[in-house]
Design a protein around this ligand. Structure first.
Ligand code: UDP
Length: 139
């Protein structure tokens, strides 16, 4: 499987707080190129489907409500070693633990409203990209 793609969402908190530009700027300066992108919104059903892997976790219901609370930006990104490098760029799930200068350190509000999503494996990057984008919506 290719290891040069990852999938990201700029989450509702970061869109509402005016951080789309700042986050995309940091992503591009870190060497990622955008292969697909859209501003969209998740229904609770779609958010539940996207995060189905977490359905037994205590935070699932709140996460689904949060992720369907406003617009998001979804994007497929390309770079060598994309998944691992992007996870480093965004920092730890909890912004209080995210390293200085990472996207979550700079832009996130809380462990839930943590500004961005980043795929955790090449397999999930492919699944998540396909969740949002058809072949015709990619360059
Ligand atoms: N999340 C949460 N509470 C937690 C852990 C996670 O609300 O205690 C949310 C948070 O938005 C996170 C998402 O659930 O980004 C998915 O969790 P995961 O453990 O996969 O973290 P990630 O891979 O996004 O860093």
């Amino acid at each position: 499987m290719e290891n040069n793609k990852t999938f990201t969402m700029i989450k509702p908190d970061a869109v509402a707080n005016g951080h789309i530009g700042g986050i995309l700027d940091q992503i591009i300066k870190a060497g990622f190129s955008i292969k697909a992108m859209k501003l969209t919104a998740l229904t609770p059903e779609k958010a539940g489907e996207f995060y189905a892997v977490h359905k037994d976790r205590p935070f699932y219901k709140d996460l689904v409500n949060f992720m369907s609370s406003g617009p998001i930006v979804a994007a497929i990104l390309e770079k060598d070693n994309a998944v691992e490098d992007f996870r480093k760029l965004i920092g730890a799930t909890d912004p209080k633990k995210a390293e200085e200068g990472t996207i979550r350190n700079r832009f996130a509000e809380s462990i839930e409203a943590n500004a961005v999503h980043g795929s955790d494996s090449d397999e999930n990057a492919a699944i998540e990209g396909a969740f949002y984008f058809s072949a015709f919506e990619r360059v």
